[in-house]
Design a protein around this ligand. Structure first.
Ligand code: PLP
Length: 398
C-alpha cells in the first residue's frame, strides 16, 4: 500500500527536493508525535507560531465553540462578528495609543501586502525602503521587499521603487526622504539569522521617518506575542511604529494575520477607491476566536515572565567549541556555526534524536532555537544536552 509519505511526495506541491518528511500524528505542548508515538521537542515552534504550545486547551476550546456557533459568514469588513471585534479590542488594549485600528488578514505575507498598499495610499508616495536580508513573506509585493536577490531573481519584474538599506546602519537612514512612503523593517531580523538592532539605531530611524513624513512599518510577525520577552519587540526600544504587522503566533496555531495603524491612516482604505483592500477570509471567526484565547492565555498564564530566565539558561547550556556565537533575544535565538554542511547535519541528527531545530532563509550557517514560551527548564536542559552531544558527534566525524 502506498504510504502517506509517498502520497505527500506525489500529490502535494513540493518546495524543495529535501523535505524533512517527519510525519506528524498529533501535537501537544512543546511536542510533536509521529505515528509510532515517538516524541519530538519542537524547538522552532512550527516556525515562531506555537508560542503558547501546540493545541493549548484554551485555544482548542475557543476553536470548537466558535466552529459550533458559526464559521465563514461574509467577506471581511461587512458583518459584525464577535470574535473579530473582541480580538481587535483586546489587541488595541495592549498596544500604545495610535495603533487602534486592526485590519485582519490570513497570513504574514498578506499583512505585508496590506501595509505597503496602505502606506502608498496614505502618503501618496511610491518609494519603499526595506533592509538587506529582510523577510516579509513570499507573495509578489512581499517578495519585492525581501532583501535577498537569490530568491527574487527568477520572479522579476517585481514592485518598482523599492530600495534597500543595511539593517542597524545609521548612515543608511539618509536614503529615507520626503519621497518615501514607508520603511518596512523587522523589529528583530529573523531570517537574517536573528539580528538585534541597537537602541540608538531604532531611535534614529524613528526620528528620520518623522522628519520626512515616512510611515514606519514594523514587521513583528515573528517577534510578536511574547517571543522576545515583551508582548511586542518594539517595546524593548521604547518607541512604536506607524503600522504594525502581526501573524504567525497570534492565532495560537490557527491562520490569522493583521496590519494595525491609527484610525486616521487606516481610514483612507474606505474611499477613492472604496474597498481599498479586501479579503474574503481575513479575520476568520474561528481564527480570531483562537487569537483572542491565545492573547488571553499569554496574559493569564504570565508566559512572558520567565522568558529572560529561559534565555539565560539556553545561553549557559549551549556552550560548545563548534558554537561561534549565540544571537537573539528571549526565545528567539540562534547558534552560529561555520558551514551549511554542519548546520544540515546537526539539525538532521537533532531531529533524529528528538529535538526539532532548523536553519534560516538568509543565514544557512546558523541554527534556529525558538521553543514555545511554555518550555520548562527541565525540557531546555534535555534539549541542550541533545544538541551539544550532536555537535560533538558531528565535530568528531569531520
Ligand atoms: N515576516 C516575517 C518576519 C516572517 O518571519 C514571515 C514568515 O516566516 C513572514 C513575514 C511571512 O509570513 P507568512 O508565512 O504567514 O506569509
Amino acid at each position: 500500500m502506498i504510504s502517506l509519505r509517498q502520497l505527500f511526495l506525489l500529490n502535494n506541491a513540493q518546495t524543495s527536493s529535501t523535505p524533512r518528511l517527519l510525519q506528524v500524528d498529533r501535537a501537544k505542548g512543546i511536542y510533536l508525535y509521529d505515528p509510532e508515538g515517538k516524541a519530538y521537542m519542537d524547538f522552532v515552534s512550527g516556525f515562531a507560531v506555537s508560542n503558547v504550545g501546540h493545541c493549548h486547551p484554551a485555544v482548542v476550546q475557543a476553536v470548537k465553540e466558535q466552529a459550533d456557533r458559526y464559521m465563514h459568514v461574509a467577506v471581511y469588513g461587512e458583518y459584525v462578528q464577535a470574535p473579530q471585534v473582541l480580538f481587535a479590542e483586546k489587541l488595541v488594549s495592549v498596544l500604545p495609543a495610535g495603533l487602534d485600528s486592526v485590519y485582519f488578514v490570513n497570513s504574514g505575507a498578506e499583512a505585508t501586502e496590506g501595509a505597503i498598499k496602505l502606506a502608498k495610499r496614505f502618503t501618496g508616495r511610491s518609494k519603499i525602503i526595506s533592509c538587506h536580508h529582510a523577510y516579509h513573506g513570499s507573495t509578489h509585493g512581499a517578495l519585492s521587499v525581501m532583501g535577498n536577490e537569490y530568491y527574487k531573481q527568477a520572479y522579476r519584474p517585481l514592485l518598482p521603487d523599492v530600495h534597500f538599506i543595511h539593517y542597524n546602519q545609521t548612515t543608511d537612514l539618509e536614503l529615507i526622504d520626503s519621497e518615501t512612503a514607508c520603511v518596512i523593517l523587522e523589529s528583530i531580523q529573523g531570517e537574517a539569522g536573528v539580528r538585534v538592532a541597537s537602541n540608538d539605531y531604532m531611535q534614529a530611524l524613528r526620528k528620520r521617518c518623522d522628519e520626512t513624513g515616512t510611515l514606519l512599518i514594523f514587521d513583528e510577525i515573528q517577534t510578536g506575542f511574547g517571543r522576545t520577552g515583551k508582548l511586542f519587540a518594539f517595546e524593548h526600544f521604547g518607541m512604536q511604529p506607524d503600522i504594525l504587522l502581526l501573524a504567525k503566533g497570534i492565532g495560537g496555531g490557527m491562520p490569522v494575520g493583521a496590519f494595525i495603524a491609527s484610525q486616521e491612516v487606516m481610514n483612507c482604505l474606505k474611499d477613492n477607491p472604496i474597498l481599498g483592500h479586501i479579503t474574503t477570509f481575513g479575520g476568520h471567526p474561528v481564527s480570531c476566536a483562537a487569537g483572542l484565547a491565545t492573547l488571553q492565555t499569554i496574559i493569564d498564564e504570565n508566559l512572558m515572565a520567565d522568558v529572560d530566565k529561559k534565555e539565560a539558561l539556553l545561553r549557559n547550556l549551549l556552550v560548545h567549541p563548534s558554537i561561534r556565537e549565540i544571537r537573539g533575544k528571549g526565545l528567539m535565538l540562534c547558534i552560529q556555526l561555520d558551514t551549511f554542511q554542519q548546520v544540515e547535519e546537526v539539525s538532521r541528527k537533532c531531529v533524529e534524536n528528538g529535538v526539532i531545530v532548523d536553519w534560516f532563509l538568509h543565514c544557512d550557517t546558523a541554527i534556529r532555537i525558538a521553543p514555545p514560551l511554555i518550555v520548562s527548564e527541565e525540557e531546555i536542559r534535555k534539549a541542550c544536552k541533545i544538541i551539544t552531544d550532536v555537535l560533538t558527534s558531528v565535530q568528531e566525524r569531520a
